[in-house]
Design a protein around this ligand. Structure first.
Ligand code: 3PG
Length: 409
């Protein structure tokens, strides 16, 4: 058992499945390029220890994961994820392009010890996108169909632990369940961080999940947990507009198309409440004819692609001086290698500083250079999950494991 913020969460040591059929929820949601090709397999590699341990105990393992969200460019099949797991593990992975249909059920029924299966993107099922309490999620088609076919449920998807979705919270209601090794490692690191937290605490928040991030900033502000919040990516654009900056027609259009302008009143309220939110002083932009420039934040003409040099230098010095820094989400459009400088710089500052840093989120960890090692830096697979945890809210998937756990067994 591990203790996380007052919850007792069973681990594989408590469940010890052997010679059984195990459903393993992983989060292999990875950054992809325009053609859908996976750009970084960090999240995939992070689960290998759990998968190996389960297989070595003679279990057969059915993996369930999502990739992206319906309607987004990164909402893809998991076929190439299966190939990457197979290559990294050196064990055959059967990819099943079905989630709960007759084909998936037949494959699961016929599995033998040592077999490893990956089901298709679980978010193809619309019910997976609805958040509800565990007891309700236990009644979904997904849980009612798959739970009777397996003996145990192991949740290793820390990065999705903030979602109360069927594949995350429904199974522990009906199956003996535990946290996988990655989930365990993440929770241990985070509770250590919370208990050791000192001031100043810096949060560096970027990326494109603006809806989630504004909620986190509201939480951080309400609980006065942040001494400074440095923004990048679309989060920075939202707050720049909320502070009254005109980012030019093209950027405003992007914000409008993505529904972000509707969040401006909320962002203004956050600012008025005294939240220490900082926006970039300059941006790297690209014009329609491909010209790349550095532009001051109060006079932007091109499309914003990254934070500029002045911002990099100011943000880096804040990060280096912090006692605790939490980095989530990229500063720019890192899918394009020309716009990775800002994100690489804030990561470098974390490794050069003297404080404790957590770096989280699929996109961000993809830019942590291979071989970078420090006892003071925890590279987390979670982005949203880690910030929800740090802002003091509970993680529904962790709660579900603590309520269900092994007692149903
Ligand atoms: C993430 O990348 O934060 C997790 O995979 C969860 O994805 P989501 O934000 O689409 O639920």
């Amino acid at each position: 058992m591990i203790n996380v913020e007052g919850l007792s969460v069973p681990t594989l040591d408590d469940l010890s499945p052997s010679g059984s059929k195990v459903m393993l929820r992983v989060d292999i949601n990875s950054p992809v390029d325009r053609s859908g090709k996976i750009l970084d397999d960090s999240r995939i590699r992070a689960h290998l220890g759990t998968i190996r341990e389960l297989l070595e105990s003679g279990n057969s393992v059915v993996m369930v994961s999502h990739q992206g969200r319906p309607g987004d460019d990164d909402f893809t099949s998991l076929r190439q994820h299966a190939e990457l797991i197979e290559r990294a593990l050196g064990v055959p992975v059967k990819f099943v392009d079905d989630v709960i249909g007759p084909y998936a059920r037949d494959v699961i029924r016929s599995m033998r010890g040592g077999d490893l299966v990956l089901l298709e993107n679980v978010r193809l099922m619309s019910e997976e996108l609805i958040e509800a309490p565990p007891e309700q999620q236990a009644k979904t088609f997904l849980v009612r169909t798959l739970a009777p076919l397996v003996n145990f449920y192991v949740n290793d998807a820390f990065a999705t632990a903030h979602r109360s979705q069927p594949s995350m919270v429904g199974f522990p209601v009906v199956l003996p369940s535990a946290a996988g090794r990655l989930m365990e490692k993440e929770l241990v690191a985070l509770s250590k961080l919370v208990s050791e937290a000192n001031s100043p605490k810096i949060f560096v928040l970027g990326g494109s999940k603006v809806n989630d991030t504004i909620k986190i900033i509201e939480n951080l502000s309400r609980k006065r947990m942040a001494d400074r919040i440095l923004t990048g990516g679309l989060v920075a654009e939202l707050f720049a507009v909320a502070k009254g900056l005109n980012l030019g027609k093209q950027n405003m259009q992007v914000l409008e198309n993505k529904g972000i302008l509707g969040l401006v009143p909320r962002a203004r309220k956050v600012l008025l409440s005294g939240a220490p939110v900082e926006i970039p002083m300059d941006f790297i932009t690209e014009t329609q004819n491909g010209k790349i420039s550095v532009e001051p934040a109060n006079n932007v003409n091109g499309v914003i692609k990254d934070i500029g040099e002045t911002t990099i230098s100011v943000y880096s010095s804040f990060i280096k001086e912090a006692s605790v820094a939490t980095l989530r989400g990229p500063m720019g459009v890192i899918e394009d290698e020309r716009f990775r400088a800002g994100t690489r710089a804030v990561i470098r500052a974390a490794y050069e500083g003297n404080g404790y840093t957590i770096i989280g989120g699929g996109h961000l960890i993809s830019l942590v250079e291979e071989g970078s090692k420090s006892d003071r830096v925890h590279v987390s697979t979670g982005g949203g999950a880690l910030l929800i945890f740090l802002s003091g809210d509970s993680l529904p998937a962790v709660e579900a494991l603590s309520m269900g756990g092994v007692k149903h067994g």
